[in-house]
Structure formats: structure tokens, C-alpha cells
Design a protein around this ligand. Structure first.
Ligand code: VGL
Ligand code: ZN
Length: 201
């Protein structure tokens, strides 16, 4: 069983959004075409309460994009984004949600961030995604979405740890920084993740 995992295809990560990923919107038509090639499609949704600990506005002396120590883990100071119930937290209006069987929300705990669709950044709480996929009999995961070197990358790391055969669809993701994405891709390859193009699916 093969599943397509759509990471955070939300307005705030699109050009013009609060945490815009350059050319993030270009992946939407491609994702819509890809969906029918899979047995199962699930999506994650970054879904923060107001005042979330990952927001620079929640800290007195922090600067935007600075890395702080938050309860013992590194935390980038992000602009406010994907606030529960906001337009920015909604999926891109052109994303076809009909084939999406389940949506896993993350980043809902005000005190801790969650890049991965599987666990929070301290790996303490599960979203239930791994259990869901296992119950569905899924063995192979194909990842697409935003942002490549954050939520896509950390989701794939957890997928590998959970024992899923994992692939990244390179043309169905976009990065905040191409340098950081290069590093992330090298690490994924080292961990046995297959990087492929949508034309190979
Ligand atoms: C993301 C930063 C903060 C992502 C989410 O979806 O990659 N990045 N929250
Ligand atoms: Zn976030």
C-alpha cells in the first residue's frame, strides 16, 4: 500500500502568506495530478493557537528567525502563521481535498512546536499518524508539500524511524532556503530515503 503524505499545503506558506515559501504555490497543480496514483492520501495541517511558543511575538527579546533555546530544544523564531481558524491556516484554495481521507493537525500545543506530522519536536506526543497508516496497511510513503527543509524533512525522518519505506517527490516540494534543503536531501539519502521526480511515479 502506497500513501501520499501532503505536508502543510496552506495559505501562510504560499507567496503572500505569513511564512511564504518561494514558489510554494507551484506544487499545487502537480499534487492534484499525483493524488489519483495512490491508494491513500493524507494531509497535515500546521495549526497553532494564538501566542504559540514558536512565534517571535510570544517572546520579549527574540528576533525574527533567531534560534532560541526553548525548554532545552532549538526553536526558530517564526512570524505568526497558521493560527487556528485563520485564512492563513486554510489549505491552498486550489488544492483538491476530495481524495484526502484524513487530516492530521500539529503544532496545537502552545508550548512546543511540531515540524513533523508524526511527533512534536521533543518527540513526546504522537499525532496518531503512524498508527493510522499502520492500521490502513500502508508500507510506502511519498512526501510532498512545504516547507522542504522543515516540516517535509522532519516528517520524513520520523517516517523512516517508524519503519516506513519513504520517498520525497522532489518537484512537489519547495524550500525556504535552497542551501538548507541541499543539506537535508543529503541526510535523507544517507538514511535510505529515495528522492524521485513526479514523472517516475
Ligand atoms: C513549517 C516553520 C514553522 C513548515 C511550519 O510547514 O515547514 N515551518 N511551521
Ligand atoms: Zn508552524
Amino acid at each position: 500500500m502506497k500513501a501520499l503524505i501532503l505536508i502543510d499545503v496552506q495559505n501562510d506558506f504560499m507567496p503572500g502568506g505569513a511564512l511564504a515559501v518561494p514558489q510554494g504555490d507551484e506544487i499545487v497543480p502537480l499534487i492534484n495530478e499525483l493524488q489519483e496514483k495512490f491508494d491513500l492520501v493524507v494531509a497535515t495541517q500546521d495549526w497553532h493557537p494564538q501566542g504559540h511558543a514558536s512565534f517571535v511575538s510570544s517572546h520579549k527579546n527574540a528576533e525574527l528567525y533567531e534560534v532560541i533555546n526553548l525548554d532545552g530544544i532549538k526553536q526558530v523564531m517564526w512570524p505568526e502563521h497558521c493560527i487556528q481558524g485563520s485564512k492563513g491556516a486554510e489549505f491552498h484554495p486550489k488544492l483538491n481535498l476530495n481524495p484526502v481521507e484524513a487530516i492530521f493537525r500539529k503544532g496545537t500545543d502552545p508550548k512546543i512546536d511540531s515540524y513533523s506530522g508524526f511527533y512534536d519536536n521533543a518527540h513526546l506526543k504522537t499525532t496518531g499518524l503512524a498508527g493510522y497508516l499502520n492500521e490502513k496497511g500502508v508500507t510506502e510513503l511519498y512526501f510532498a508539500g512545504l516547507a522542504a527543509e522543515y516540516c517535509v524533512y522532519f516528517s520524513i525522518l520520523d517516517a523512516v524511524k517508524e519503519g516506513f519505506k519513504s520517498c520525497l517527490i522532489e518537484d512537489a516540494t519547495r524550500a525556504l532556503s535552497s542551501e538548507d534543503f541541499k543539506k537535508a536531501k543529503r541526510d535523507l539519502k544517507d538514511k535510505g530515503v529515495k528522492l524521485l521526480s513526479s514523472s517516475e511515479i
